[in-house]
Ligand binder design. Structure first.
Ligand code: PMV
Length: 345
């Protein structure tokens, strides 16, 4: 084998699920119990530089913003190990990886979707199996990303991204995400997400542990069935532009996610008093103004405030006047919706 060094750099956005993935199928690696759909967050991203070589040395040298981070290495090594099973390239190369997020570390924003998404794009690119704008390339990158963190597989597409088999989504798969190709009504095609940082600490219960608690959960079957139905509903709302029903569904999904946590055995909570205070403020504001805005939550206390961009000024005033007081150090981070990973020269 020639000793050859190859280098590539990718930027990959984070994503936020609208219909949530919470619970895995038994057997296999990271196969979702139900389909989920997400929006990508173009302004909250990871940038990863990867150098692959066949020179003798350690399998992985990892830095975060140029600084060594030994605590990240086991997770990335496990990820490379999983991918090796499907990629001769990964099996036969050593990697030097540097990653940086554009959002501050320790804000409680899940960086794994953007991070594993970017790593997966780099690997799929260096592997050189497919042209990097082909469907096959994106599916392969999404497949790799899933092996790092399930929800990361949805970060590969700029369009809303569906992961998990669903009879009404063409080409849907448990193995990788697919873009939602049916077109989005203009009333839902230009939204933003401001993430209100309520808690910036480590989660008390990891996503991995949370997913596992769905195995013997009293409401799991009903939840998975409802999520599958919600995929049909939300994709209909995307096409018809039914904003009111879209908002109701997205908020219900967020609260269902957290109710599943609260009704797991053992039970746990990730939302905090300030999370609920923000939700109450959002409901009051919407009742007063009738503006199209909704909240969603991921596995944590922070609130994603989703809104139609044309009301940016009103929402910005609302955040500053009413919500900032509930945010840790007054922190919130805003992003446009959409944004595809791309190669950086
Ligand atoms: O990808 P994981 O294992 O971190 O799970 C993420 C689960 C949620 O963020 C709560 C929901 C989702 O679909 O992204």
């Amino acid at each position: 084998m020639n000793n050859k060094k190859m280098q590539v750099k990718y930027r990959c956005p984070s994503n936020i699920a609208l219909v949530k993935y919470w619970g895995k199928k038994e057997g296999g690696v990271q196969l979702p119990a139900n389909a989920s759909i997400s929006w990508s967050l173009s302004d909250l991203f990871a940038e990863t530089t990867m150098i692959a070589s066949t020179e003798a040395g350690s399998k992985l040298t990892f830095t975060f913003k140029g600084e060594s981070k030994p605590s990240f290495e086991p997770k990335i090594l496990a990820f490379l190990e999983r991918i090796s099973e499907y990629s001769e390239f990964v099996k036969t190369h050593n990697f030097i990886i540097d990653t940086v997020n554009n959002f501050p570390h320790g804000t409680g924003i899940a960086s794994s979707a953007a991070g594993f998404g970017a790593l997966a794009m780099c690997i799929a690119d260096l592997e050189g199996k497919y042209e990097n704008d082909s469907v096959e390339f994106l599916e392969r990158a999404s497949f790799f990303a899933r092996l790092g963190s399930g929800s990361a597989c949805r970060s590969v597409y700029g369009k809303p991204s569906v992961w998990g088999e669903h009879p009404e989504i063409d080409n849907s798969s448990d193995l990788h995400a697919v873009p939602f190709e049916k077109g989005i009504h203009q009333s839902l095609s230009n939204w933003k997400d401001c993430v209100l940082i309520v808690d910036d600490g480590e989660k008390k219960v990891s996503s991995t542990a949370g997913h596992a608690l769905l195995q013997n959960h009293p409401y799991a079957t009903a939840r998975f069935k409802n999520a599958q139905q919600n995929i049909v509903k939300i994709t209909n709302y995307f096409q018809s532009g039914d904003v009111a029903n879209f908002i109701a569904l997205v908020e219900s999904e967020a609260l269902q996610l957290h109710s599943m946590m609260m009704s797991s055995i053992p039970y746990f909570t990730l939302i905090r008093p300030n999370t609920l205070a923000i939700l109450e403020e959002i409901w009051s504001f919407r009742e007063e103004t009738h503006l199209p805005l909704a909240f969603t939550l991921d596995a944590g206390a922070n609130v994603h405030l989703l809104y139609d961009k044309q009301y940016e000024i009103e929402v910005s005033n609302f955040i500053n006047n009413k919500l900032l007081v509930y945010c840790k150090n007054g922190t919130y981070l805003c992003s446009n919706i959409g944004g595809t990973p791309h190669k950086i020269a």
